[in-house]
Design a protein around this ligand. Structure first.
Ligand SMILES: [Zn+2]
Length: 283
C-alpha cells in the first residue's frame, strides 16, 4: 500500500494533506496542479483512498475500502474523463457527474470524483460546475487535476483549494503564474469581486503568495518594457495602464513580497493585495 511518502508532491503539500486527512478537514473541492498528469492521477487516487478509508490512520491499507481503492475498483471513487476520444469532458458528462453526486455512496462513508484534464474544460462546463463545487453534498469530494491553472475561470479557482502536486518547484511556479494571470485579468477589468476571487487560492500559503507576486512582477515588467518598444507584452497591460500605474503595481508587489519575508499573516497579505492594487491603478 502506498503511503504519504510515496507520492511526488512538495513538502508543503504533503504536510497539508496529512493535516487535513488526520483531522477530517479535507476540503470538498480541490484542484491539484502539476505538469505531469500521470502523477496528478496517482496523487488523486491516493487522496481518494484516504478519504474512503474509514480507519484512523487513513489510508490504513488493509480495510475493504483500501483494498478496493488499491485495485482501482472502489465503487465510490469515480474518475470523470472524456469519452469517445474527445479531449475534454463535455456538458453531458458534467451533468451526469452532478446528478450522480446526489446519490449516496455505495460502500464507503464518502464519495470522490476525480476530474481529469480540468484545463481542457470549456467555459460553459466550468460554469456548470460552480454550484456543486460550492455546495457539494456533505459526503462528496471533488478533485480536479489541472496542468494549466490559468485555463481555469477565476470563479472556479475561488471555489477550490489549490494544491501543488508534482516534483519540485515547477508545479508551484505554474500555480503562481496561473493565479498572477487571474489577478492581472481582474485588474484589467477593474473588477473588485474577481480580484478578491483571484486571491482566494493564496489563503494559508505564504510561499505561494510570494511566488505569485514574483510572477505578477514579471508580467508588469514585460508591460513596462513593451511600452518602451522592447519585447512582447504577454498580458496587454501596457495598453490598459499608464507607466505610472504599472510602476505603482510593481512597488505594491514588492511591498507584499517584503511582508511575506516578515512572515505576515496570509489573510492580511490577501487583503493587502486587493486594497493596494486597486489604489495603484486609481480604482
Ligand atoms: Zn483503510
Amino acid at each position: 500500500m502506498m503511503n504519504f511518502k510515496d507520492i511526488a508532491v512538495p513538502d508543503s503539500t504533503l504536510n497539508a494533506f496529512e493535516r487535513h486527512i488526520s483531522s477530517g478537514t479535507f476540503p470538498h473541492a480541490t484542484l491539484l496542479t502539476g505538469t505531469d498528469e500521470k502523477n496528478l492521477q496517482a496523487v488523486a487516487l491516493f487522496l481518494a483512498s484516504a478519504l474512503v478509508c474509514g480507519e484512523k490512520d487513513a489510508p490504513c491499507g488493509h480495510c475493504t475500502n483500501c483494498l478496493k481503492s488499491e485495485k482501482n475498483v472502489h465503487p465510490d471513487i469515480k474518475t470523470v474523463s472524456p469519452r469517445e476520444k474527445r479531449k475534454s469532458v463535455n456538458m453531458e458528462e458534467c451533468r451526469e457527474m452532478i446528478m450522480d453526486s446526489y446519490v449516496l455512496p455505495n460502500e464507503a462513508e464518502r464519495k470522490v470524483y476525480i476530474i481529469t484534464s480540468a484545463q481542457t474544460l470549456d467555459e460553459k462546463v466550468q460554469n456548470a460546475m460552480l454550484k456543486i463545487l460550492e455546495e457539494p453534498p456533505q459526503y462528496v469530494y471533488f478533485i480536479l487535476l489541472c496542468t494549466n491553472p490559468s485555463a481555469m475561470l477565476g470563479t472556479v479557482m475561488s471555489r477550490v483549494s489549490v494544491f501543488t502536486a508534482g516534483n519540485g518547484n515547477d508545479a508551484e511556479d505554474e500555480t503562481a503564474r496561473g493565479i498572477a494571470l487571474n489577478i492581472v485579468d481582474a485588474l484589467m477589468k477593474i473588477n473588485e469581486i474577481d480580484l478578491i476571487r483571484a486571491t482566494v487560492p493564496l489563503d494559508r500559503d505564504r510561499q505561494l503568495v510570494k511566488k505569485t507576486m514574483e510572477s505578477f512582477k514579471g508580467f508588469v515588467n514585460a508591460s513596462l518594457r513593451a511600452r518602451q518598444g522592447i519585447g512582447e507584452d504577454e498580458t496587454d497591460m501596457a495598453s490598459r495602464f499608464t507607466v505610472e500605474e504599472l510602476m505603482n503595481l510593481n512597488s505594491c508587489a514588492d511591498e507584499i513580497i517584503a511582508a511575506c519575508d516578515r512572515n505576515a499573516n496570509e489573510k492580511l497579505l490577501i487583503t493587502l493585495i486587493s486594497a493596494s492594487f486597486r489604489r495603484a491603478i486609481g480604482g
